[in-house]
Structure formats: C-alpha cells, structure tokens
Design a protein around this ligand. Sequence first.
Ligand code: C2E
Ligand code: CA
Ligand code: CA
Ligand code: CA
Length: 279
Amino acid sequence: AKKLGGDGYHHFASDMHRATQQRMEMESEMRHALEAGEFELHYQPQVGADGVTILGAEVLLRWQHPSRGMVSPGVFIPIAEESMLIAEIDRWVLAAACSQIRAWLDRGVEPVQLSINISAAHFQQRGFVAFVLDTLEHYELAPECIELEITEGALIRDVAFALESLRTLRGKGIRLAIDDFGTGYCSLSYLKAMPIDKLKIDQSFIRDITRSGRDAAIVEVILQLSHQLGLSCIAEGVETTIESSWLKARGCQAYQGYLFYRPMPLHAFDLLLRRATEE
Ligand code: C2E
Ligand code: CA
Ligand code: CA
Ligand code: CA
C-alpha cells in the first residue's frame, strides 16, 4: 500500500469527503427537481433512408436547474445511477412520455413512436415490467407507441431475469432496442437468445467511419448482422452527409443525428408532428 504523510492523507481524505458531499448534494437536488418540475423532455426525431420521413423520436431528459442552468444528462444520470434515484427518474420520464402521447392522440395529432432510455439498474428491478405495463394501461396506449432502449449491461448481469422481462414486454408488443450497441459486453450468443427488435449503433463508431478502417468495419458488421438476424438497425450521432451516404450505401434504414435534427423542446417537436399530420 502507498504510504502517505500525515498531510497527504488528510488532503486525500478531505478530497474524498468533498466529492461525496457534492454527489449527495446533487442527489438531493435531483430529488427536489422531480417534485419541483425542473425536468423536461426533449425529442430527437429519427428519420428513414430518405432523410425526411420521421420514423420516431428519442426522448432525452433535460434538467433546467434554477441556479446552475441546463445540466446535461451526461452529468446527472451517472450520479443518479449510483443511487436508486435513477429508477424514480426513469419512471418519471416514462410516465411523462406516455402522458404526452396521450395528449397528442386526444388532440388528433398523429404521434410517432417514442424511444425511452432505460438504465440498467432500473431494468434489473423487480417491479420494472409491471410499471411499464401499468403506465401504458393508465394512459390507454397501445404498446407499439413506445420503444425501450436498453443497454447491453442491463442484459448480462442476470440473463435469465433479463430474458423473462424482454419476453414479457415484447409479448405485449413493446419494441425493444439495444442502445449503444457495440460498446458493451454482449456476445453474439446473447444476441441470438434475446427477443429484441433493433440494434442502435453507438455514435462513437459513426464518428470515425470515414477516417478509421476499424470503425468502418465494425459498423459494416453490425449492419450485416442486423440484416441477417432480421433486426432493424439505427445509426446515432450522424452529423455529415458523408456519413449518411456511407451508411445508406450499406443498407442502413434509420438515422438519428445533428445532420437531420437536434434534440428539441416540446413546442418545436409539436410543430413538426402537426405539420406531418396535416400533410
Ligand atoms: P444516448 O442514449 O446515447 O443518447 C444519445 C446522445 O447523443 C444524446 O445526448 C443526444 O443529444 C446526443 N446526440 C444525438 N445526435 C448527435 C449527434 O449528431 N452528434 C453528437 N455529438 N451527439 C448527438 P444527451 O441528450 O446529452 O444524453 C446523454 C446520455 O444521457 C444518453 O445517451 C443517455 O445515456 C442518457 N439519458 C438521456 N436521457 C435519459 C433518460 O431519460 N433516462 C436515462 N436512463 N438516461 C438518459
Ligand atoms: Ca439512447
Ligand atoms: Ca449512445
Ligand atoms: Ca461525426
């Protein structure tokens, strides 16, 4: 073990203390945010190979903090994941998304399928599947209205449990996508066993497809794999026409990224949907 002088140890301890304190502070702020209505949903449309047809949208959480301003989910989701607060946040998002679909239906606006991120810790909770089904029922929605984005990490810890949850959800007609595909530990045998609908290629591979032969090879393999297993596939983080043409030439059917749309607040997405309904 490393020997620290008296002072070194104290510095180390107080740094740890400070980090823990910051995390706890953020946690209680998130708890407050849930009640105070500081969270809101943004929507990022997903388009077909024509680059125009809107196939659906991913729901992305935004936190409008009263003094810190907009806090990125990249910052607060990992902290929420360390406590079980993530389950509460995920449930809030799921209910808010379903309530929004219900509002569109009631107003005669044709909604698109919303993709909702489910964290691994939440997916592994016993009550997860029941909560999803209850929420759909509460808002009187067809299960096809939503798609759940689940990461590879959620599937490998307790494979039997994951399989059963996926089977139940999919049996009801809820679409299932593997998020950040290629970045986790999913082996091909899992892929064969898991009842899923879609692979979502992570943006870390898309970013360099035109520069890195390795990334290009990985993306090509994922596209081929999805075709041959009869799964759909979507590329995330598509930023340039070079990237989209490259993907299109290899049979990619669905796209999400700044090239097409950035995540947008409700009023902007609402306008988009209304225009699509009127056409
Ligand atoms: P993710 O699920 O991989 O979501 C995609 C992220 O990429 C989003 O970041 C999105 O804004 C961003 N993005 C989309 N297109 C582009 C592009 O063309 N270029 C670049 N550079 N980025 C693009 P965001 O909204 O900051 O979310 C970050 C992560 O936070 C998400 O990654 C997801 O893991 C998590 N997250 C967001 N909302 C939720 C939620 O409601 N529940 C849970 N559990 N996690 C969430
Ligand atoms: Ca996602
Ligand atoms: Ca990703
Ligand atoms: Ca890029």
